[in-house]
Design a protein. Structure first.
Length: 107
């Protein structure tokens, strides 16, 4: 999936290992598209590739707006953002290992 996103020109791709930290998924992938059109196109392409190559289906949320699309495959959750929306929510900061410890020391 990471290669697919890279080939489709997703930007700032980050993979976060959630194993042992959350029951929502084993991995989270966060990336950006430059526009609403690219965000929805990236979501469409990754969804199609999941079906074709892995026989996996993803639940998709937010595609109509194109600001933040979430694809949930069960063990992997993929977030595709427009850059401004990604900056606002800062999911990586919340989920990266050690993020809670870093926040506690700066408070």
């Amino acid at each position: 999936m990471l290669t697919s996103l890279d080939e489709d020109k997703a930007e700032d791709i980050v993979q976060i290992d959630l194993r042992g930290r959350s029951e929502i998924a084993d991995y989270m992938v966060v990336c950006s598209g430059r526009s609403t059109r690219q965000v929805t196109a990236l979501a469409d392409k990754i969804s199609s590739r999941l079906k074709e190559e892995f026989d996996r289906f993803a639940k998709i949320e937010g595609k109509a707006a194109g600001d933040w699309v979430l694809l949930d495959t069960g063990d992997v959750v993929i977030h595709i953002f427009r850059p401004e929306v990604r900056e606002f929510y800062q999911l990586e900061k919340m989920w990266m290992p050690g993020a809670a410890d870093a926040d506690a020391t700066t408070s």
